[in-house]
Write a protein of this length. Sequence first.
Length: 337
Amino acid sequence: MSAASLPAASPSRLPGILLAFAVAAVAFGLGRMLPLVGGAVFGIVLGIVLRQVVPLDARFQPGIRFASKQVLQWSIIALGFGLSITQVARTGLESLSVTLATVTAAGLAAWGLGRLLRVHDALKLLIGIGTAICGGSAIAAVVPILKPDEHDTAFAISTIFLFNLVAVLTFPALGHWMGLSNLGFGLWAGTAINDTSSVVAAGYAYSHAAGDYATIVKLTRATLIIPICLVIALVVAWKHKRSGATDFSLARIFPWFILWFLVASAIRTAGVIPAAALPVIHFVAECLIIVALTAIGLSADLRRMASTGPRPILLGLGVWAAVALTSLLVQHLIGRW
């Protein structure tokens, strides 16, 4: 790869990337001083606070967006080197019943509560899908198909981000209070928190084992983007002949980093990487996670979130609660908790 093709070398991205790394470095230090909180949570909080206190002009935005998306994907791939592919397959099958139950609960809650709150169909669907699968990524995947109003998209992403943040800050304490095992908490976080970054943050704040398990569960859950998008595209094409189906591209919405995560896991399984290198790789992954979460915090606009009004937030709360409780209930029924 030439120097010109390196992402960080892009002048348009450099200011935002440097800002995210600088704030993340502070968050990393605070996380080392207060490990029960962790650098990931400090990264989100510091990013949000800085965004509200210091106006960030447009030159920072490309780099912040890059760090919140691409750097997060790199961190997940790096985590894959510490997980064997047999563990990935086993965890995916183990979590399938809980995953399907929570996705169903999210759909039913979004439909029923959305009607009760008189939230229109597009926003209702965006919040339901975002909560069921993987937050902003799922919303971004269905937007080209549904073509909702930009205001609806902002409503949905802001609402879901709010509960991602609540989950990161509260789930670890609730998990300890309920006496969840590392695997039990990983399964709960992986199925009940909707954004990958928030799952990773909450999981590793609980324990390393819970973080590993939550990551695999979440990545398994994220693959449901594909069938859901296909179904929505078919429905939209059937109802509106030209709307959604003509520009639908599976390659564009597919979360390719999941494949690279599996490749990394396969390399780990094959024993190619020396055991002594694994702690270094995990350290790099942790640093990348903190950078990505810091960038997400720097992207959050609390004023815009407050301006969305109560009904979408109540809908998001109801759907999120239905998913979280369903995950725990199914775990209890199948003897996992």
